[in-house]
Design a protein around this ligand. Structure first.
Ligand code: PLP
Length: 430
């Protein structure tokens, strides 16, 4: 559920008209509903709180949307953070997320990032390779510290989602395969500076069926038993994220957090572990829209092109994942016309909605690109020298700009217009 709805024919976020935001802040602009985010965070938290030992950690996958004010809102709901970089760690800490609620995933953590996370005292490092264990052991030993660690296992299941957001197949770069798990843990147990405490899995994103998750968790359960037989003290099982959200109005809903919680309770009964969850999309996905204005409508084959001021640089998902986003007129229209909604960026893939039966659009109309709260603003770029869009958070009848629109000065800030040359390096032979 979300808090975007029509009042007197005009789309509102909670009780703020989107047209008011467009008039005040301009377009394109991401608009988020704080009520939706709070609701999703608390529903998810409550759905899994009694699973495992009962003190589950829900670590929001920060990469889905990292804007500070939004993270703060999620932190205030009691969630922790799943991070994939040092930058995300700093953002999570600044938002007030305690270090002991932070888990660190990702296939490439550099030595500085490892040191930062160690000094902060995060809850768990999720290794995605044996090499990472060796590296972190050296960093921790040098600092005289101890890192709490887990390995992410690649369970080789088909997540049944888009190939670009599947992470648990044998050929994906994530985690380590089951047959390397026992030797990896044996080695990690010997390494100084590491305290082995957990095991992790994450098979992909936008999962609309619980079966692949169930299979992956069953596999994880078997591995926990095997590891304990080898005297590896597994106390934490990190079940990852991946729960899908509805992108198409009227389609059957994906499993709810409650359905998911029931499945988890069933599969993990008797594991005797603390469970960690890493939901991203399901917390913020349909809590946001991208508000855009129609620049012009151009004749096209086979359908007219509605050229809007938001492009693939603002919302990458359609170009990158062939993702579907519903597009609705902010002021409801009764006439409909099959159209392609395209951005101004000079790429053929800059198509936000291809040959869709949509409300008829005219120059100057406002459109809402729905379900843009996750993997939207975070992937925005400056391609075509476009400043990244503004972001606005709504709370009841008021709103606040939580990220200013970038200006061209922002875009060129780090460029060096007059190159400062180094002088030539003398070759070894000279
Ligand atoms: C991206 C990611 C998540 C979040 O996935 P969602 O589909 O947004 O829930 C969780 N865990 C890891 C390790 C990730 O990389």
């Amino acid at each position: 559920m979300n808090h975007f709805h029509y009042l007197a024919g005009e789309m509102h976020c909670e009780s703020v008209a989107l047209s008011r935001i467009a008039a005040d802040v301009g377009t394109p602009t991401y608009v988020y509903s704080s009520a939706t985010i709070e609701r999703h965070a608390t529903v998810f938290r409550d759905a899994v709180k009694d699973c495992g030992c009962g003190n589950s950690l829900v670590a929001y996958a920060v990469k889905a949307n990292t804007t500070g004010a939004l993270l703060k809102l999620i932190a205030d709901c009691g969630l922790g953070a799943d991070i994939v970089s040092g930058g995300e760690l700093i953002r999570a800490r600044r938002a007030g997320i305690p270090a002991d609620k932070i888990v660190y995933s990702g296939v490439g953590k550099n030595l500085d990032e490892m040191e930062l996370a160690l000094r902060e005292g995060i809850y768990q490092f999720n290794f995605e390779s044996e090499e990472e264990a060796e590296m972190l052991s050296r960093v921790a030993t040098r600092l005289g510290m101890e890192a709490r660690v887990a390995f992410r296992v690649n369970p080789d299941v088909e997540a049944g989602t888009h190939a670009k957001i599947s992470t648990g197949g044998a050929t994906d770069k994530f985690g380590i395969p089951a047959h390397r798990i026992i030797p990896a843990y044996r080695r990690a147990m010997e390494l100084p500076g590491l305290k082995v405490q957990g095991i992790a899995v994450h098979i992909g994103s936008q999962l609309t069926d619980l079966e692949p998750l169930r299979l992956a968790y069953q596999e994880l359960g078997r591995m926990i038993a095997e590891l304990r037989a080898e005297e590896v003290p597994i106390q934490v099982a990190d079940l990852g994220g991946g729960l899908g959200v509805p992108y198409v109005a009227g389609d059957p809903s994906p499993p709810s957090p409650e359905d998911y919680g029931r499945m988890v309770a069933e599969v993990t009964a008797g594991w005797d572990v603390r469970l960690v969850f890493e939901p991203g999309r399901v917390i913020v996905g349909n809590a946001g829209v991208l508000l855009t204005r129609v620049m012009l409508v151009k004749e096209g084959q086979p359908d007219p092109f509605v050229v809007v001021d938001a492009g693939m640089n603002d919302l990458m998902r359609p170009a990158m994942y062939d993702a579907w986003h519903d597009v609705f007129a902010v002021r409801q229209q009764s006439r409909r016309r099959r159209s392609s909604i395209v951005g101004p960026v000079c790429e053929s893939s800059d198509v936000l909605a291809k040959s869709r039966d949509v409300e008829e659009a005219h120059e100057g109309d406002l459109l809402a690109i729905m379900t843009a709260g996750a993997y939207g603003a975070v992937m925005a770029s400056n391609y075509n020298s476009r400043g990244r869009p503004a972001e606005v958070l709504v709370r009841g009848g008021e709103y606040a700009v939580i990220r200013e629109r970038e200006t061209l000065d922002d875009v060129v800030r780090n460029e060096v217009a007059e190159p400062v040359w180094t002088g030539e390096q003398r070759s070894a032979a000279a």
